[in-house]
Design a protein around this ligand. Structure first.
Ligand code: SF4
Length: 410
């Protein structure tokens, strides 16, 4: 199967989900699992051939399903045809280590693919209290829907985050991380961001633009535009102020908290200000494909790329507990066409993003390990970039010794 076909399959799996019922039957009937264990089995990510990795979103009505055939994990269509082989993405060897306060890493960070560390370090967003939450978001209510995950949903402090990155640096040449949080009450300003930046700067000193720890902070700008400079000076590598939707009418309706508390003009000004300090390639804004007409979304992609801001275009996936629960995403064709058009604009206006050098030296995230979207898979494919994970391999000696330790522990 060609890589472009696998990327299309990734789109289908993200918007329509994946059936897991048959896999659970295979596990009980042919691999000796008891039914309770199989029922609880919720794999997070799938690695398909040619380094195409995708989040697993279970849906009993999905177009594709997972099976175990002759001891191999395969993706099948509804008629039972095997589409491709696949594998689960395992925890990295340091996944079971602990922070200095004894918390398991797996309760601090989610590992996306093999390179991206994904921290949601504060699930509290004040917009849920003020009833102005973004309509597609379930961040704070998710704590009630997934009570068994309450430990992982608890607040993660600066030392815990730095502990994880410090260990990851022993295995990866250059680990990359995304740090996400809800928006704090306005009196709390940057709400813990400064403490994290100070801890990272203490552990991993940097010199000007060089040597900054590759972390993408997805946060709201504050009311004081001078905070953009402060964040840069404290050592932040990259920042994402997410539009979510670009059209101003949809913005008011879908992200009322952002509109009321920060306002659209300051949001745009903060993004432009950020490029002044961080530079092209280190400022981002996420936009959700499927919440507004295609042409306004593409206007947003143009607006960003003309100003040196990288759009993170992600497919809409209605979340449990959000006000869009039960909605449907657009069709597969709408989504793939829209992503291709967005990728064309990005490559045309920001040629930097189509270079191996960018993904190797500058990018705070790994394109292939961005498992919740496929815009960067398309961009790399269209730019003929084949250095998947940017040659970002784990240190083999360290991995082997960690594996031996784990075997001894068991
Ligand atoms: S600002 Fe919007 S998207 Fe971000 S956590 Fe709050 S409600 Fe969710």
């Amino acid at each position: 199967m060609e890589r472009t076909e696998l990327i299309k399959l990734k789109c289908d799996l993200l918007i329509n989900g994946l059936r897991l019922a048959e896999l659970r039957t295979d596990l009980t009937k042919e691999h000796g699992w008891d039914s309770e264990r199989a029922k609880r089995f919720q794999p997070a990510e799938l690695k398909m051939p040619k380094e195409v990795c995708v989040q697993i979103r279970e849906n009993s009505e999905a177009n594709f399903r997972l099976r175990i055939m002759e001891n191999s994990l395969v993706v099948q269509d509804k008629a039972g045809n095997i589409i491709c082989t696949s594998d689960f993405v395992n925890l990295p060897p340091f996944g079971l280590e602990k922070t200095s306060d004894g918390t398991l890493f797996k309760d601090i960070v989610v590992y996306n693919g093999s390179c991206n560390l994904n921290f949601t370090w504060n699930y509290f967003c004040d917009y849920f209290r003020t009833k102005t939450a973004c309509r597609f978001c379930n961040l704070t209510p998710a704590q009630d829907f997934y009570p068994e995950e309450n430990i992982t949903n608890s607040y993660k402090n600066a030392v815990q985050i730095a502990d994880v990155i410090e260990i990851a640096k022993k295995y990866h040449t250059d680990p990359k991380a995304i740090l996400t949080r809800g928006t704090p009450h306005e009196k709390h300003g940057l709400g813990g961001t400064v403490q994290i930046l100070e801890e990272l700067a203490k552990r991993f000193p940097f010199n000007g633009d060089n040597g900054r720890t590759k972390v993408l902070f997805t946060i709201s700008p504050s009311k004081d535009i001078n905070d953009v400079k402060l964040m840069y000076e404290l050592g932040m590598h990259s920042v994402s102020f997410n539009f979510e939707v670009f059209d101003r009418g949809y913005w008011k309706a879908i992200v009322p908290g952002k509109d009321k508390h920060i306002g659209r003009d300051l949001w745009e000004a903060s993004l432009i200000e950020a490029v002044k300090y961080f530079g092209e390639g280190r400022v981002f804004s996420a936009m959700i494909a499927g919440l507004e007409p295609r042409h306004t979304l593409l206007q947003g992609v143009e607006w960003c790329t003309e100003r040196g801001i990288i759009p993170i275009v992600v497919p809409f996936s209605p979340e449990t507990g959000s006000e869009f629960e039960g909605f449907r995403p657009p069709t597969h064709k709408w989504m793939t066409d829209t992503m291709r058009m967005s990728a064309d604009i990005i490559l045309k206006k920001m040629s930097l993003i189509g270079t191996e050098d960018y993904w190797l030296k500058e990018a705070p995230i790994c394109a292939e390990c961005f498992t919740g979207g496929f815009i960067y898979d398309i961009i790399k494919e269209n730019a003929s970039l084949v250095n998947y994970h940017s040659g970002h391999k784990m240190n083999k000696t360290q991995v082997l010794s960690a594996a031996k330790d784990l075997i001894n522990l068991n």
